[in-house]
Design a protein around this ligand. Structure first.
Ligand code: 13P
Length: 252
């Protein structure tokens, strides 16, 4: 069984002091125990988040990006070992904002993801089509290529543990969510592609999240879909009350 995962990507929001306050507010609001929670703060906030969580077994944390080199002259980047030592369980690889503004490509995403795995960090690999690609009827074709290329450095033996996030670019921060049925169609398709790349058995174990304007009001219908294993939440993960309402989707 795939464990549901609700993840908050804070993007470039919250100082370390704000992060610590957020964690203290969030923990008492979590009611649902069946869900794995993860937060992705700006990297400089990670020690404050770790401190606030104090070994909490349900809430993990990770970085928003990771470099593929072990170390080196890469100003502004963070290595897998640095994240590991800071207690990260996850690293987001290839978020659409990294692809759009910072030159990430399927190839660099593949490098980041396989380096993460090699160092004991679970990659959360993001894929998503643009509005123009969707309107041209090319979403599935584009997504299949993005997915295949982004996981190209990962072996079948390593793949069961990875997390995929389907985030249609047109739904991020726009208030436009894919309908639950549309998200299910795409995520079911991605699982089929993972079966072709790895195996049916492995594909059944890989968690696939939906991201893009997830809110307390639409999470339950998304989670009711058979292939949607969780959510990667941006804006609504920044307030403890709304993030907790999303985490507690099943205990309304
Ligand atoms: P929003 O939830 O703000 O649309 O952001 C989604 C996202 O990009 C999460 O990674």
């Amino acid at each position: 069984m795939r464990k549901p995962m609700i993840a908050g990507n804070w993007k470039m929001y919250k100082t370390a002091a704000e992060a610590k306050k957020f964690i203290a507010e969030l923990l008492p609001l979590i009611k649902s125990e069946e869900v794995e929670v993860a937060v992705f703060p700006p990297a400089i906030d990670i020690p404050a988040v770790a401190d606030g969580l104090a070994g909490n077994g349900q809430v993990a944390y990770g970085a928003q990006n990771v470099h593929w080199a072990v170390e080196g002259a890469y100003t502004g980047e963070l290595s897998v070992a640095m994240l590991k030592e800071a207690g990260c369980r996850y690293a987001i690889c290839g978020h659409s904002e990294r692809r759009q503004y910072f030159g990430d490509t399927d190839e660099t995403v593949a490098h980041r993801a396989s380096a993460a795995i090699a160092g004991g960090i679970i990659p959360v690999i993001c894929v998503g089509e643009s509005l123009a690609q969707r309107e041209a009827g090319r979403a599935l074709e584009i997504l299949a290529v993005q997915l295949k290329n982004s996981v190209s450095g990962i072996s079948a033996a390593e793949a069961a543990n990875i997390v995929i996030a389907y985030e249609p670019v047109w739904a991020i921060g726009t208030g436009k969510t894919a309908t639950a049925a549309d998200a299910q169609d795409v995520i079911g398709f991605l699982r089929g592609e993972l079966a072709k790349i790895f195996s049916e058995d492995i594909a059944e174990q890989i968690r696939i999240l939906y991201g893009g304007s997830v809110k307390p009001g639409n999470i339950a219908e998304l989670m009711a879909e058979p292939d949607i294993d969780g959510a990667l939440v941006g804006g609504a993960s920044l307030e403890a009350a709304s993030f907790a309402a999303i985490i507690n989707y099943s205990s309304k």
